[in-house]
Design a protein around this ligand. Sequence first.
Ligand code: GTP
Ligand code: MG
Length: 203
Amino acid sequence: MIIRSAEFVKSSAAAGQFPPPDMPEYAFTGRSNVGKSSLINMLTGYKRLAKTSSTPGKTKLVNHFLINDHWYLADLPGYGYARTSRSERKGFGRLIESYLRVRENLLSMFVLVDSRHEPQVSDLAFINSLGYNGVPFAIVFTKSDKLSPALLQRNVADYLKRLEQEWETPPPWFCASVTDRRGREEILGYIEKANIKFTANGN
Ligand code: GTP
Ligand code: MG
């Protein structure tokens, strides 16, 4: 897919503020600092579209971006970051929950996990809750430039094996890196296919 335009639409602190659910939407979520905003910039090719930071907890709101005047990308706040206050963490959780409840135009969630780390309890809990609630999702293994191809392969296999304990069919998954733009074509191809299917279904 060619990205012709990508623009920031708005930041929302509550579900009532989201843009109308009138176009296909994809949301990026994952633990704080996993690389959500960086991935959005890499996919769109706009370096400063989503604000990135080496300080975890940068994205505290739901940020909507409109791509090609045709579909939305939503950057969700990171969960599971220890240095935000407990009440703030609860707030993020509630915002993501209400997001999932009202976003009828969400075609797929992208759950980002750091490819260097073992499955984290908060990620597995989140992934399982998506599965139980029937929310379509894909997994993105981020920062894959930071480890050797062999180790990356092993970590991905271990992660998928862990998910198999709970789910029969593995979710779609991608390895990504913003330094070498790995995963860009694959993720955009997945989005393009979902967009086409959405339109073919009379939407
Ligand atoms: P919050 O909004 O705070 O939850 O963080 P985030 O998930 O949006 O992460 P962000 O994109 O801000 O990236 C966090 C840090 O990781 C930044 O310092 C990025 O430069 C770095 N980073 C993100 N993706 C990659 C990657 O693929 N490779 C490498 N080497 N670094 C990355
Ligand atoms: Mg961010």
